[in-house]
Design a protein around this ligand. Sequence first.
Ligand code: NDP
Length: 399
Amino acid sequence: MAKVLCVLYDDPVEGYPKSYARGDIPKVERYPGGQTVPSPKGIDFKPGVLLGSVSGELGLRPFLESQGHTLVVTADKDGANSAFERELPDAEIVISQPFWPAYLTAERIAKARKLKLAITAGIGSDHVDLQAAIERGMTVAEVTYCNSISVSEHVVMMILALVRNYIPSYQWVVNGGWNIADCVSRSYDLEGMAVGTVGSGRIGTAVLRRLKPFDVQLHYTDRHRLPADVEQELNVTFHPNAESLVRVCDVVTINTPLHPETEHLFNDALIAKMRRGAYLVNTARGKICDRDAIARALKTGQLAGYAGDVWFPQPAPKDHPWRTMPHHGMTPHVSGTSLSAQARYAAGVREILECWLGGRPIREEYLIVAGGELAGAGAHSYSAGNVTGGSDEAARFKK
Ligand code: NDP
């Protein structure tokens, strides 16, 4: 019987919800492109309830315990004395969400002698040292596509919020003011601007599609070019690299995984090549940007605004400069964990567990690492290596 160790974020400060704003969520049958949504044999939760926090347990307990497996759920994940570190040595399966990542460093993988499977309840497995997972022969899987559309909606929201100066204007209202000139002296129309995505996978392409009706000029760069008919339909210009793209864009959105090729891609040198007063939206991973270079660029005006929901490490220390830098629109890591997205990734985790525990193969598109190499979606979009360095800083959040 397997021990499953599941790391989830804390319940709401006022306790697990007793009711919700809406009675249900729309049913999505397929993703764009035809991939089917998760299809486990059963689920033990009502779609639309909070599943990603400790009491929600991703709806997994009845299923696992009825088969004799052990489920341990904790939010205490950072530092040598954390519950995660204590429970890890005899765990066979670790489940973690990128929003509240249980960093599986090489040291932790070495301690976890029985660990065979790391499941990301969401998308983005950079919190696992993929090189160490490859060398150990572990399987790493994520729920590909489960929240890509959720994030693309968030990207559009953040672009509009920055360009139109929404957040400071809202704040004037909350503070009892009516200061129109203060609100609009940094407010523009998106119409006519050049908007580019670094990465045109599931999220990047969905962002392009959503922005097309805004009458902007669209640009993208990616390791693989989009099909010619899609380029034509979106009227989008391809760039061979990020450098070429940022030179011509007023708004840049980052939509690649974090892996050795993209770590600190947006550093002082690349930001200096952006148009002065450009906006940068990063919902991909915090470490794709150089933390201090972003804060510097906002202070000098090289960037007019920065928004996103991803930080490094997570949770971000209380003194992280992105909490206080000017003209930012940061949130905690939330875009991919709407109640709608949670229902999909909880079902996806259940599907992966049913396959693993039942001795059946996991869907190819969910695989990141398998059989000692990058596999499935991982082989397409990642490069091998480790980007977890510095994640132990997350323990500072508690202090
Ligand atoms: P996809 O795999 O569909 O897309 C990623 C794209 O990035 C691929 O097209 C890939 O290229 C491209 N890419 C990889 N490396 C590079 C590079 N060096 N230069 C240019 N392009 C590159 O994933 P999604 O769109 O679904 O998700 C993207 C990322 O967004 C995730 O990995 C995750 O980190 C983040 N994310 C954030 C969430 C949140 O809540 N904020 C939720 C979900 C995801 P190709 O495959 O062509 O080689």
